[in-house]
Design a protein around this ligand. Structure first.
Ligand SMILES: Nc1nc2c(ncn2[C@@H]2O[C@H](COP(=O)(O)OP(=O)(O)OP(=O)(O)O)[C@@H](O)[C@H]2O)c(=O)[nH]1
Ligand SMILES: [Mg+2]
Length: 295
């Protein structure tokens, strides 16, 4: 099948260079220090009351030096325990997460910052098919039930990565929530929920517009992370050959862009070229467009 042959980075970058390992260690230690001191600060009152009880008993029993040793030892054990409990989860170099879907929470444990792009849009608009094609995943696209992430290396610079969050088209709320993790929202806009029909469905167009409006309202209300939106006219293989259909889709994309701009939460709206997930060249050029927007 065409999708299997889509150009995508089959290679994983080599092990991190020493400089990256130093960065990794530095970030890890910084995270640990913060967590350790926060935990100690939260228990200072407890520690102070124990210390005052111990010293009061020590003075009374006249055996202060033994007690001082014992309490010093207890303090070391106590701090050791906190240090162990606050040990952060090891940060992960993005290259280690290539080739498989990962939990959205994993994004918090990346050893370095990479652009995060949310794939949004109505059900069956082609989000998962795009991501599968891009990451050379053999999984057949079926309805996405839970958001997940795939990390994809850049085609031209393999040490650069983009994290894509694939969302659940069936639930608007779920999709909006995905945006808390994202820098960019990439919204898929198709002509029809079908994968074979060439005809434009007016209901589908309305759905897209109302989705974008709802997205706007939610973004303005909750101030989620994403401040940039990309509008992706998808399933182009089915409609872009017809002049009339192109005009209709053009108008729809313009209306969506306008609606997003009016909302104010999204600072920059860009339109991506018409694309088909059935064409390798389209998928890689969309990826390049996303990378450019993320820079
Ligand atoms: N003709 C055509 N069909 C496509 C294209 N992209 C996806 N499809 C088909 O559209 C259907 C839905 O695609 P998905 O990728 O699962 O859609 P989705 O947006 O992830 O849907 P949800 O997970 O439900 O949100 C599948 O049958 C795909 O094969 C495309 O570019 N052209
Ligand atoms: Mg999906």
């Amino acid at each position: 099948m065409m999708i299997a042959a889509l150009a995508g980075p089959a290679h994983a970058p080599k092990a991190p260079r020493p400089l990256m390992q130093m960065e990794y260690l530095r970030d890890f230690l910084a995270a640990w220090k913060t967590r350790f001191f926060e935990e100690c600060a939260a228990r200072t009152a407890f520690l102070a009351s124990i210390a005052s009880i111990v010293s009061a008993i020590g003075f009374n029993l006249n055996g202060y030096s033994y007690l001082a040793w014992a309490s010093g030892l207890a303090l070391i054990v106590w701090l050791g325990r906190i240090a162990y409990r606050t040990l952060p989860r090891f940060l992960v170099e993005p290259s280690r997460l290539l080739g498989r879907p990962v939990e959205v929470e994993e994004l918090s444990y990346l050893s370095r910052r990479i652009p995060v792009v949310g794939l949004l849009g109505r059900q069956a608009a082609g989000k998962t098919t795009f991501l599968n094609a891009l990451s050379n995943s053999p999984d057949p696209a079926r309805r996405t039930e839970k958001p997940y992430v795939r990390i994809v290396p850049s085609l031209d610079e393999p040490s650069h990565f983009v994290a894509f969050v694939d969302s659940v088209g069936q639930s608007d709320v779920n999709q909006f929530r995905v945006l808390t993790h994202c820098d960019i929202a990439c919204i898929f806009i198709d002509h029809n929920s079908s994968d074979t029909t060439r005809q434009i469905s007016p209901e589908r167009l309305k759905e897209h517009l109302s989705f974008v409006r709802q997205l706007n309202t939610t973004l303005a209300e909750y101030q989620y992370g994403a401040t940039q939106a990309l509008l992706l006219p998808s399933k182009g293989d089915l409609w872009s050959g017809n002049q009339k259909s192109r005009e209709i889709m053009d108008k729809l994309i313009d209306s969506c862009a306008q609606a997003l701009q009016e909302g104010g939460a999204i600072k920059k709206v860009q339109r991506l070229p018409i694309s088909s997930n059935r064409l390798a060249a389209d998928v890689s050029s969309i990826f390049k467009g996303i990378r450019r927007a993320a820079k």
